[in-house]
Ligand binder design. Structure first.
Ligand code: ATP
Ligand code: MG
Length: 356
């Protein structure tokens, strides 16, 4: 079989981004040759340090290179300035817009032996809802009033729900290929508050239902849940969820909440996904408190590498990475300090490379 070469943009950004993104590269380079996959890499700048040096947080060259040359990318983390800094805005937010990455995908997985095991993924719509940022303040008869637009479209709701359906099917294939899981069947839960917001969330719910009723998702179970009761159940019984699809605001809140269900931020990956492009990104920030010590947990990044590969159509490679990462965690002998261990970043990576 001819081998496929994928070109990957590496954007380490700031702080521990520079320590974990190289780990991601090492794992890609170490994938077994039987997968017939090769990688080439291009180093790209973005972040607060880049801003301090050049006056721009997201250089045009980074955007152009990603667009013209790359199949996918890995993004580390960016420090946010503590006070508003003139001219600075988040490069990852800008990248999502420039590359039309309309979904944010965040899997959260615990070890199987956890008291309350979790293995779910939140698929968050990332272009509309209250985050269209159309706000205004005016003087009402009894003082100031502020308003924000919540915009939900059929188009965005349909494509995010269809993506959730695809992810549900793919997670099942990855499970069938031997990655351990608490689930045996694919399930999508649609999140909304249409009992109160009958038009906006009503449209989301109804459109998501229609998207998931398509014949290709026949084998996927579909449920729905009001967001507040979902938060309750997510914390009481997280094993009830496989794929959660949500509009922007609820997805944002649920994502951080779900991340708290597993021991450390250092375990939680994400991907920013559009049609034909994906950027893997660990959920954590630049962690200035531990930067430079060589103790950052690389697992969020390695799982983000797997996630990026899934969206590039390389499920077998992704499954391989998930399985070896799970192996490291279940074994529990070489864990980084955030997990209660004493292993350095490199020692965790080397354990994972051995398992590969
Ligand atoms: P930023 O402004 O860049 O988000 P932050 O100070 O909010 O920085 P985070 O990166 O969000 O820091 O991390 C929050 C806490 O979790 C910190 O104490 C950090 O050390 C810890 N943490 C985050 N990621 C990791 C990781 N990969 N390994 C170990 N600890 C981590
Ligand atoms: Mg942070």
């Amino acid at each position: 079989m001819a081998s496929r070469t994928l070109r990957i943009g590496l954007i380490p950004g700031d702080g521990i981004g520079r320590e974990v993104i190289p780990a991601g590269r090492r794992v890609l380079e170490a994938l077994p040759s039987s997968l017939n996959l090769k990688f080439s890499f291009v180093d790209l700048d973005a972040g607060f340090d880049t801003f301090k040096q050049t006056g721009v947080a997201l250089p045009e060259k980074t955007v152009e290179t990603l667009k013209k040359e790359c199949d996918g990318a890995l993004f580390g983390a960016v420090s946010s300035p503590t006070t508003a800094t003139k001219g600075y805005s988040s490069p990852i937010v800008a990248l999502r817009k420039r590359l039309d990455l309309y979904a944010n995908v965040r899997p959260v997985k615990s070890v199987r032996t956890a008291k309350s095991p979790v293995d779910l993924v939140i698929v968050r719509e990332n272009t509309e809802d209250l985050y269209v940022k159309e706000e205004k303040t005016y003087e009402g008869p009894n003082g100031k009033v502020a308003e924000a637009i919540k915009r939900i479209s059929e188009k965005a709701s349909f494509r995010i729900a269809a993506m959730a359906g695809e992810i549900a099917l793919r997670r099942q294939r990855v499970r069938d290929s031997g990655v351990d899981s608490i689930h045996s069947k694919p399930l999508v839960t649609i999140t909304h508050k249409s009992n109160v917001l009958s038009q906006t969330d009503g449209l989301f719910r109804e459109t998501a239902r229609r998207a998931l009723a398509q014949s290709q998702y026949q084998s996927v179970g579909v449920e729905e849940q009001i967001v507040d009761s979902m938060v309750y159940k997510l914390f009481r019984q997280p094993s009830a969820y496989d794929v959660i699809v949500a509009p922007n605001l609820y997805g944002d809140i649920l994502s951080d909440g779900a991340a708290a269900l597993v021991g450390s931020l250092g375990l939680v990956p994400s991907a920013n996904v559009g049609d034909g492009f994906a950027i893997g990104e660990p959920c954590h920030g630049s962690a200035p408190d531990i930067q430079g010590q060589g103790i950052a947990n690389p697992i969020a990044t390695l799982r983000s590498v797997g996630l990026m590969l899934e969206f590039l159509g390389e499920e077998q490679a992704a499954a391989k990475i998930y399985a070896v990462v799970d192996g490291n965690l279940e074994d529990g002998k070489l864990l980084s300090p955030d997990m209660g261990g004493s292993a350095k970043t490199d020692e965790v990576v080397e354990d994972i490379l051995r398992r590969l």
